[in-house]
Write a protein that binds this ligand. Structure first.
Ligand SMILES: Cc1ncc(C[n+]2csc(CCOP(=O)(O)OP(=O)(O)O)c2C)c(N)n1
Ligand SMILES: [Mg+2]
Length: 390
């Protein structure tokens, strides 16, 4: 990872005038020099279908665990769509179809003591952090046994013990929140790092800028995973921001950045691990841009009529993160087809069991709505007499 403000190794200590001249005329703009493209998307030279990067520190059992999380993410979302169509979900279903590798691969690079704050398309990171599918199902159906007891929806819940900082809807705001979490940890002499996920649209908010600026000045160990998935609602990224690569924005904060193929799970893991090492050593924040594609609409109600014909089908056929990873695992002799089928069957069994559990949960009691929201002694006036009776 590039070191900010470090003089080039070739600079002569003896000749300040020559050095000054060199500094005046850099050949390329500084920000380009700072973006690491080692794991950026590449076309395979031999014209073969896309696979994953082979340079990795992952052990075979970890690679199979990654496969399990990938499949779990996709299948939990598939089940959520079924529940939505049965009108059992309260609110929308927001899918990460086609971009699951970004959340799973990056979160897998963290340690148990580290934090994540995901967005709606980062269910994979939530599952890697140890949240069970049953909690996700119960939450989406607003059931009493769900983690927010029916008070909030989709992945709007958190689990501090597991290092999962629950997101709010307001895009960009979790960047300053995670900066605050990491600053608080530093003041307590603890040393976790944190990932905050953000979309191409969310990066256009003021909160994103304020949060990352503060984290950079404070050198907080914050990894920002910027998901370039081509759309924010119906707005294509080219109408959202003037930069070609979101990673270029790192120059404004004097922090290193990298571009990673967001559909290559090994690349996502390796780029994040590398950035995590840098942040843990005290380097400060890193911006990682993951190039991926949102194959479903903003939510299940969105018919994607604004997407050019053939675009979704191209990504589905040529650049699906699970197809790529399966190809990789088979090519590298890490798993057989039978082993992958066994893992998938186990994932399906877990989903069946957890979905039944969530469906057997009652809906919350209306009288409980005000509990666990505010201090229970200061409940909303309208509910106060009811609550005081209990
Ligand atoms: C500050 C703010 N403005 C607008 C919205 C409404 N909104 C919710 S999701 C979304 C699009 C987000 O796009 P992007 O950041 O690219 O993430 P993606 O949905 O592609 O994962 C918008 C505009 C919001 N939640 N917060
Ligand atoms: Mg987007």
């Amino acid at each position: 990872m590039d070191q900010p403000n470090k003089p080039a190794a070739s600079e002569s200590k003896q000749d300040p005038a020559r050095n000054a001249k060199r500094r005046r005329g850099p050949r390329r703009p500084r920000f380009e020099m700072r973006v690491n493209t080692k794991h950026a998307p590449r076309k395979p030279a031999d014209g073969q279908p896309l696979s994953c990067t082979t340079e990795t520190t992952l052990k075979p059992e970890q690679m199979l665990e990654l496969y399990r999380y990938l499949k779990l993410t996709r299948q939990v979302e598939e089940r959520l769509v079924n529940l939505y169509r049965q009108t059992k979900v309260v609110g929308g279903v927001f899918r990460s179809l086609g971009q699951e590798a970004t959340a799973v691969g990056s979160a897998y690079a963290l340690e148990a003591r580290d934090f994540v704050t995901p967005l709606i398309r980062d269910l994979g990171a939530v599952l890697v952090k140890g949240i069970r599918p049953r909690e996700v199902f119960a939450q989406y159906m607003a059931r009493a046994w769900g983690p927010s007891g029916g008070r909030d929806l989709n992945i709007h819940f958190g689990d501090m013990e597991k290092g999962f900082i629950g997101p709010i809807s307001h895009l960009g705001d979790m960047i300053p929140v995670m900066a605050g979490v990491l600053l608080a940890a530093r003041m307590q002499k603890k040393r976790p790092i944190g990932i905050a996920y953000i979309g191409d649209g969310g990066m256009s908010t003021g909160a994103f800028h304020e949060g990352l600026n503060f984290a950079a000045v404070q050198k907080l160990p914050l990894l920002v995973i910027a998901e370039y998935n081509h759309y924010a609602y119906s707005t294509p990224t080219s109408l959202q921001t003037a930069v070609r690569d979101l990673a270029e924005k790192a120059a404004g904060y004097n922090i290193p950045a990298s571009i990673v193929d967001g559909n290559d799970i090994i690349a996502c893991y390796e780029a994040t691990r590398h950035a995590a090492d840098y942040a843990r050593r005290g380097g400060g924040p890193v911006l990682i841009e993951a190039k991926t594609y949102r194959r479903r609409g903003h939510a299940e109600h969105d018919d994607q009529r604004y997407v050019p014909a053939g675009e979704i089908e191209w990504w589905e056929k040529h650049n699906d993160p699970i197809d790529r990873y399966e190809r990789y695992l088979l090519q590298q002799n890490i798993a057989t087809k039978e082993k992958l089928a066994e893992i998938t069957a186990d994932v399906m069994r877990e989903i069946e069991e957890d979905c039944s559990w969530a469906e057997s949960s009652p809906m919350p009691e209306a009288e409980q709505a005000a509990f666990g929201v505010f201090d229970n002694s200061v409940v909303a006036p309208a509910l106060r007499p009811e609550v005081l009776k209990n």
